[in-house]
Design a protein around this ligand. Structure first.
Ligand code: HEC
Ligand code: HEC
Length: 215
């Protein structure tokens, strides 16, 4: 009896984990993001002062603040709704995002998606080790290559896999470390946490630099 009770304790999850995100990609939601109005989004970005932090053309000059230009609309939409619902925690962005209706969120996402991705300013050589992680992953750690999800040129993939190309390295480091320590947990099916957990801090820095300077 005792043994059975012990076994039950081991197999019964004590805490039912909360969903990582409340965004569910139904055909209706995809349609509404696809048909959103970028011109309205542009007005909103100015009125809500998104531009003061994320830059006039979606290219950020502020530390730890991501560029938004050229990002997938679906990814932007999801991140904003996650901030609004508390699935992704950041005091400032949560209060900004909860002040937007779903339609306004879709319009702003469409606007930033219509802009260009940040252009590479500095060139830097990446080590073979970093390129290998991006292109081949690491069998020993069951680490899939970044490319299979984020695309061969870091351009992102539908629906919720963000573009990384040209993104600020300081922000990339910050957010990957947050995936690694579980502070950021809004990735559906833990797809990004499982990866970040296995990366060393040095690898995270090297990968961030790789993507910031990707041609
Ligand atoms: C005072 C500065 C500030 C303002 C104003 C601001 N943001 Fe942000 N935003 C940030 C910072 C800092 C982050 C990174 C937060 C984090 O680490 O989670 C961020 C993150 C984001 C992200 C997540 C991007 C990603 O790659 O995951 C989106 C989307 C975003 N902001 C959109 C907006 C929009 C739209 C507005 C206006 C309605 C806005 N922000 C206003 C500073 C700001
Ligand atoms: C199995 C698919 C998968 C692989 C492989 C993968 N990622 Fe991700 N990654 C994701 C998903 C999904 C998200 C978005 C999570 C969310 O919804 O917030 C993400 C988000 C990110 C973000 C956050 C971007 C932002 O704008 O906030 C960074 C940085 C990142 N990944 C880097 C990497 C790097 C570097 C690698 C290779 C070592 C990698 N990823 C491999 C699926 C993957």
């Amino acid at each position: 009896m005792k043994r059975i009770a012990l076994l039950l304790m081991l197999v019964t999850p004590v805490i039912i984990a909360a969903p990582s995100s409340e965004v569910a990609w139904t055909p209706a939601l995809l349609k509404s993001v696809k048909n959103a109005n970028p011109a309205k989004g542009k007005e909103l970005a100015a009125a809500k002062t998104c531009t003061s932090c994320h830059g006039e053309t979606g290219i950020s000059n502020a530390p730890d603040t991501p560029s938004l230009g050229g990002q997938l609309a679906t990814s932007l939409y999801k991140q904003l709704r996650d901030y609004a619902k508390g699935s992704r925690q950041h005091d400032l962005m949560s209060s900004v995002a909860s002040g937007l209706s779903e339609q306004e969120t879709a319009d702003i996402a469409a606007y930033y998606a219509s802009l260009a991705l940040p252009a590479n300013k500095s060139s830097s050589e990446s080590s073979d080790k970093t390129e290998k992680l991006v292109e081949l992953g690491d069998d020993k750690r069951i680490l899939p290559p970044c490319e299979v999800c984020h695309g061969s040129n870091g351009q992102g993939e539908k629906m919720d896999i963000p573009a990384l190309k040209g993104q600020r390295a300081d922000y990339l480091v910050k957010t990957m470390l947050e995936f690694k320590n579980g502070q950021r947990h809004n990735d559906i099916y833990s797809r990004m946490r499982r990866i970040a957990e296995q990366l060393s801090e040095q690898e995270i820095k090297d990968l961030a630099n790789y993507y910031q300077t990707l041609d």
